[in-house]
Design a binder for this molecule. Sequence first.
Ligand SMILES: NC(=O)C1=CN([C@@H]2O[C@H](COP(=O)(O)OP(=O)(O)OC[C@H]3O[C@@H](n4cnc5c(N)ncnc54)[C@H](OP(=O)(O)O)[C@@H]3O)[C@@H](O)[C@H]2O)C=CC1
Ligand SMILES: O=C(O)[C@@H]1CCC=N1
Length: 270
Amino acid sequence: MDKKIAFIGAGSMAEAIISGMVRAEIVDNNHISVTNRSNQERISRLEKRYQINSVMDKEKITTDTDIIILATKPYDIEQAIDSIKDYITANQLIISVTAGISTTAIKQFIGINVPVIRAMPNTSASIGESATAISAGKGVSKDHVQEAVTLFNTIGTTVVVDEEDMHMVTAISGSGPAYIYYLVEAMEKAAVDSGLHKDTAKALIAQTILGAGEMLSQSEDTADVLRKKITSPAGTTQAGLESLKKNGFQQIIIECVQAARDRSIALGKE
Ligand SMILES: NC(=O)C1=CN([C@@H]2O[C@H](COP(=O)(O)OP(=O)(O)OC[C@H]3O[C@@H](n4cnc5c(N)ncnc54)[C@H](OP(=O)(O)O)[C@@H]3O)[C@@H](O)[C@H]2O)C=CC1
Ligand SMILES: O=C(O)[C@@H]1CCC=N1
């Protein structure tokens, strides 16, 4: 892709995307620039690690780019946009990965009519395995959407959704890896408590999740059919699942996803 990309915000998500893009060699490394609020050491570290440009000068980074990726926390986005908005032009493309904040709000902060796309990747972007959803704000062309899809396809898979669905997307795939890691922590604890070595437990659980994920994406069976194929009558899986059922596992997960979605909606209103 013959475009320059500037990251406003240099935290975990920016690094996961940068790392994935550099790995995929989608653009020249020297076409990727990054800035943050004040942590010079952090952007210098990213510069060294990925051979990209760290730029503290907000005018320089904004004028010298085609695509601006907003990657600050939701409560910092207004201030971040404030520091660059005077240099943004209508022929640039803005992509925000900020949870909860609408394209309309971003356009309002910027103050000119510029194409704004929202994206919700996840941290698996760093190894090219993100599940990303994008949605286009008003007036965004098909070419811009395609450009964003091409960009995010280099760090995993990409789907296009309506903007109103971004809160739910954030709850399932943006935050999703954290739920899985939390589950893993619990499985590891049970394994280690019964005497299994931590590294052995981690290796077995990681491959189990990888395999289950691949089964879900490759098999024509739905999750419940795949589950039933593992569950022998009066067997070990049934015993485990009955314990989950008794403790309200499904309801816990449903409430978890709803809480994350509600938080995304609230972030947009704060
Ligand atoms: N982490 C994740 O799994 C995911 C995160 N997201 C979204 O990505 C966004 C970033 O999250 P994450 O990377 O975890 O956050 P981090 O806290 O790790 O990083 C935030 C970055 O924003 C920078 N920043 C803050 N204010 C400004 C400003 N005024 N101008 C320029 N840069 C600024 C910070 O710089 P400094 O250090 O100098 O203050 C820091 O580099 C969030 O909105 C989140 O919703 C989306 C999907 C997944
Ligand atoms: O926790 C958050 O707010 C962000 C959004 C999705 C993942 N992390």
